[in-house]
Design a protein around this ligand. Structure first.
Ligand code: MLT
Length: 409
């Protein structure tokens, strides 16, 4: 009889967001009149920028004419998109990244999981606690961990606590770590990293032969001119970091699907025979084998992000969500809660009042205010006692959710 990948049996019951959805559905079924407002999953609500829509409509027309019709595209993405990404997202910020090092994909979530395909099974791996659950679960699936213990931590992973005490930025480890996951602006805490903090990581990685997986899916929310948007703004990062980016949160592509991963040709890791191997070659091979590229139409939509109109439109979109975050911060602070993040990030990280647990706070908000957020403990043991509120919603819903929460407080 066929057998399964037993590592899947080690996974905790549900991925966090489906578990929230399950509880919300149960509540909605029992209370069909309840006007639920969802500030849980970080899914965008505002329409796609006009420039992206117009470009996709033209691309649909291209597909209707034999002369401009496109079949399979390059697995790595069309050169016209890769070149704009390299020029505007990286070279314009002084990063030495070439278009050939950009791999266009259908999501940063998929890429941050799939990247493990090209790494060995013996690496030591560090994640922050709390953390975006995908980094942990994909390592569990790949067999890189032992079973979970009672507080939900998996044996074999190194957890780096991020709390208010360390400004939600992890200490540089004093042990050898081979693969390090960093996410800035941070999901879930909304924390940001200074250049000095990233430099400390790059220096560590170079000294230890480590690879940094840098998730910059929320970089567009950085408004402070002193903060780095890419790890490649740090000298030496080209030798030790892979960066994940997405059009989901800056241009509203969560349902449209387009992202990219940057694998510099200078990042290397060891083969079993001791030789150094370019990760670019392996990732290129992996993508060419397992992936057939993002649709032409969607890539044209993503390309429009880099037009003058597209840039103005995504700026307005980000500004809109950042204003939501400011409203959430102001209202919850006025209600006496301690809030973090939400300034250069779309997530506000809230300390639960009176030391109640994250899931109890979730249930309280759902039942008393009909507002859905995300329990901090769902992101890791050190997230217990915190709660994440997403700024991705309409202004009307954000105002109404805050009115309900503050009047119930
Ligand atoms: C979240 O709520 O954390 C997001 O949905 C993450 C994601 O984009 O996958």
């Amino acid at each position: 009889m066929a057998t399964i990948n037993d590592n899947y049996l080690k996974l905790k019951a549900g991925y966090l967001f489906p578990e929230i959805a399950r509880r919300v559905t149960a509540f909605a079924e029992a209370n069909p009149e309840a006007p639920i407002i969802k500030l849980g999953i970080g899914d965008v609500t505002e329409p796609l920028p006009e420039a992206c829509r117009a470009a996709m409509i033209t691309a649909v027309e291209d597909m209707g004419d034999r002369n401009s019709f496109k079949g399979y595209g390059p697995e790595q993405g069309y050169p016209w998109l890769r070149e704009k990404i390299a020029a505007q997202d990286f070279q314009a910020r002084g990063c030495e990244i070439d278009a050939s090092e950009i791999f266009v994909s259908d999501g940063a979530k998929c890429d941050s999981g799939n990247i493990l395909d090209i790494f060995g099974n013996q690496n030591t791996i560090a994640v922050t606690d709390p953390v975006y659950p995908v980094y942990v679960d994909t390592n569990v699936m790949a067999g890189h961990t032992g079973p979970a213990n009672e507080d939900g931590k998996y044996g074999g992973l190194v957890y780096m606590p991020i709390t208010a005490e360390n400004d939600f930025t992890a200490e540089i480890p004093d042990q050898q770590i081979d693969l390090i996951y960093l996410c800035f602006p941070n999901n879930p805490t909304g924390a940001v990293a200074s250049k000095a903090h990233l430099k400390a990581w790059v220096d560590y990685a170079k000294a230890n032969g480590s690879i940094i997986f840098f998730d910059a899916a929320y970089e567009a929310f950085i408004t402070d001119p002193e903060l780095p948007h890419s790890i490649y703004e740090i000298e030496g990062a080209r030798d030790c970091a892979i960066e994940f980016r997405s059009f989901s949160k800056n241009a509203g592509f969560t349902g449209t699907r387009c992202a990219f991963t940057v694998v510099p040709k200078s990042v290397k890791a060891k083969a079993a025979d001791g030789s150094d191997v370019e990760l670019w070659k392996l990732w290129n091979r992996r993508q060419s084998t397992k992936f057939n590229g993002v649709s032409y139409i969607v890539q044209r939509g993503a390309e429009a992000v880099y037009s003058e109109a597209g840039q103005a439109q995504i700026k307005a979109l980000i500004q809109f969500y950042l204003e939501n975050a400011q409203i959430i911060r102001d209202q919850l602070t006025a209600a006496g809660l301690a809030v973090y993040g939400g300034v250069n990030a779309p997530y506000v990280w809230v300390k639960t009042p009176d030391n109640i647990s994250s899931w109890d706070f979730f249930d309280k908000l759902l039942h008393n205010s009909n507002v859905v957020g995300t329990p901090g403990s769902g992101f890791g043991a050190a997230g217990e006692g915190y709660f994440r509120i997403s700024a991705f919603n309409s202004r009307e819903n954000v105002n109404e959710a805050m009115r309900r929460i503050t009047s119930a407080a």
